[in-house]
Design a binder for this molecule. Structure first.
Ligand SMILES: *Cc1c(COP(=O)(O)O)cnc(C)c1O
Length: 428
C-alpha cells in the first residue's frame, strides 16, 4: 500500500489489498501447497526465476500480507514473519554470520536473546561481544574485530527499560562497515521507527504489543534496504557471492535491495523452517489493526502508574523512561516523543520475600511469563525469565535482583493503581 498513508491507516488497511470479488478480510491460506499448470512453471520457482508460492515452509500468502503491513509500518522494503521473536533474532544474525564470525551487542537485551547470542550461537562458532550501550563511542569501537559482521541492540531493553541511542549505534556500525540490527519489540513502529535513525534491519517479537492480546507467539524481520552489502562484499560472501544451492545465483545481483530478505526466505526458511503458522499470522493481523490505538493507551497508563509508584514511600526505585528522573528520559524524548512503552521496572523497600509477597497479593495484575499485552501483568525476572543467569550476568543485563517488571495494560489506570495500593498495604 502507498507509503504516503499514516501509520494509523497502515495498521488498519496495510498489507492485504483484495482485488475484485476477493474477501475483504485477510483470509487464512490454510494450505501447505499451491497449484501450478506446468512442470516448467514450478521449476522456475525453485530456481528463484519467478515469484510465487509453492510450499508454506518458505512463504504463505497470509503471512506475506501481514509481513507487508509490518514492512510498511517500519518504512522498510520487505519483511518476513517467523515462528517466534527468538527465530527472528536468530535469522537476523545467521543470515550474515557463519562459523568464525563475530558480532557486537548491547548487554542490556532480552534474557532469551542474551542466551541465544552468548551460548547457542557460540556452539555454532559465532561469537558475540556484549558491550555497555551507554559507554562512549571509542569504548564500543574497541569491541570490533576484522571478522565482526553486525551490531545489535534493543530500542527499549526488556526488562531494564534502557533506551538505545540508535544514532550513536548506527554511526558506530557504519564506521566499521556492518549493519545495525535493532529489536524494536517494545517501542513498536508506532512510537519509533529505527530506520529513520540509521538502523538497517529491525526485528520484532510480534508476540508482544503487535499481537497485543497474548494469543500467538511470533516474530518478524524487516529490512530497510539501505545497507550496501556490495560496498563491503568481502564481509558478506553469503549475499555477494554465488549460492550453490540456487545454481550459483548471487543475492545482491539478482535482488538488489531485497537481497537480505530473499536470502533469509529462500535459504534460512527453506533449511531451518521456523515459519509462522498462517493461523497465527491472521491473529497477529487482528492485533495490528488496533496497534495505533492500544500503544498510546499503554503509554498513558504506564506514565500514570510510574508517577504513582515514584511518589510511594514503599517503593525504593522506579525505572520508566517517561519519568524525568530516568537517566534515559532525554533519549526517550528524542526517539519516542509520543511515548515509549507500557513496561515499568521497579524495586520495593524491603526484602526479596516481601517483593514476592507483594506480587502474590496482586489481584488485577497477574503473574505471568509475558509482557506487553492488553492485560496488566507482573514478573520477577531474577526468579523467572532470567533465573539461568548468575548475579554478575544479571547486573550486566541491567536486571537488579529486586527488579519487578510491571507490564501496564489498557484497563482503567485507576483500577491498576488501586490494585498496586492494596498489595503494598499487605506488606506494610
Ligand atoms: C519476548 C522478546 C523476544 C523473544 O520473542 P518470542 O516471541 O518470545 O520468541 C525477543 N526480544 C524481545 C525484546 C522480547 O521482549
Amino acid at each position: 500500500m502507498d507509503k504516503k498513508f499514516s501509520k494509523s491507516t497502515l495498521c488498519v488497511q496495510g498489507g492485504w489489498q483484495p482485488k475484485k470479488g476477493e474477501p475483504r478480510v485477510l483470509p487464512i491460506y490454510q494450505s501447505t501447497t499451491f497449484k501450478y499448470d506446468t512442470s516448467e512453471q514450478m521449476a522456475r520457482l525453485f530456481d528463484l526465476e519467478d515469484t510465487g508460492y509453492f510450499y508454506t515452509r518458505l512463504q504463505n500468502p497470509t503471512n506475506d500480507a501481514v509481513a507487508a503491513k509490518i514492512a510498511a509500518l517500519e518504512g522498510g522494503v520487505g519483511a518476513m514473519l517467523t515462528s517466534s521473536g527468538q527465530a527472528a533474532n536468530f535469522y537476523a544474525i545467521f543470515n550474515i554470520c557463519q562459523a568464525g564470525d563475530h558480532f557486537v551487542c548491547s548487554s542490556t537485551i532480552y534474557g532469551g536473546t542474551f542466551n541465544l547470542f552468548g551460548v547457542t550461537l557460540k556452539k555454532l562458532g559465532i561469537e558475540c561481544t556484549f558491550v555497555n550501550a551507554d559507554a562512549p563511542e571509542e569504548e564500543i569501537d574497541k569491541a570490533f574485530r576484522p571478522n565482526t559482521k553486525a551490531l545489535f541492540g534493543e530500542t527499549i531493553s526488556n526488562p531494564s527499560i534502557d533506551v538505545l541511542d540508535i544514532e550513536k549505534f548506527a554511526r558506530i556500525a557504519h564506521k566499521h562497515g556492518v549493519p545495525l540490527i535493532v529489536d524494536n519489540t517494545f517501542a513498536t513502529p508506532i512510537n519509533c521507527r529505527p530506520f529513520e535513525w540509521g538502523a538497517d534491519i529491525v526485528t520484532h517479537s510480534t508476540t508482544k504489543y503487535m499481537d497485543g492480546h497474548a494469543t500467538s507467539v511470533g516474530g518478524a524481520i524487516v529490512d530497510s534496504g539501505n545497507f550496501d552489502w556490495e560496498a563491503h562484499a568481502d564481509k558478506f560472501p553469503g549475499l555477494t557471492q554465488p549460492d550453490e544451492s540456487y545454481h550459483g545465483l548471487t543475492y545482491t545481483k539478482a535482488f538488489g535491495k531485497m537481497a537480505y530478505m530473499t536470502k533469509a526466505t529462500a535459504q534460512l526458511m527453506r533449511d531451518l523452517g521456523s515459519i509462522q503458522s498462517p493461523q497465527n499470522a491472521f491473529l497477529l493481523n487482528l492485533g495490528l489493526e488496533t496497534l495505533h490505538l492500544r500503544v498510546p493507551r499503554h503509554c498513558e497508563n504506564a506514565q500514570k502508574v510510574a508517577e504513582w509508584l515514584e511518589a510511594n514511600p514503599q517503593v525504593k526505585w522506579v525505572n520508566y523512561c517517561g519519568l524525568k528522573s530516568s537517566k534515559y528520559y532525554e533519549l526517550a524524548q528524542k526517539y519516542m516523543p509520543n511515548g515509549s512503552c507500557g513496561v515499568i521496572a521497579f524495586g520495593l523497600n524491603g526484602s526479596r520475600e516481601e517483593a514476592i509477597k507483594f506480587m502474590d497479593a496482586l489481584k488485577l495484575a497477574c503473574i505471568v511469563t509475558h509482557v506487553a499485552d492488553a492485560r496488566t501483568c507482573v514478573l520477577h525476572p531474577a526468579s523467572h525469565t532470567h533465573r539461568q543467569l548468575t548475579d554478575e550476568q544479571l547486573m550486566e543485563a541491567g536486571v537488579a535482583p529486586d527488579l519487578i517488571r510491571l507490564s501496564v495494560g489498557i484497563e482503567d489506570a485507576n483500577d491498576i493503581i488501586a490494585d498496586l495500593e492494596q498489595a503494598l498495604e499487605q506488606i506494610k
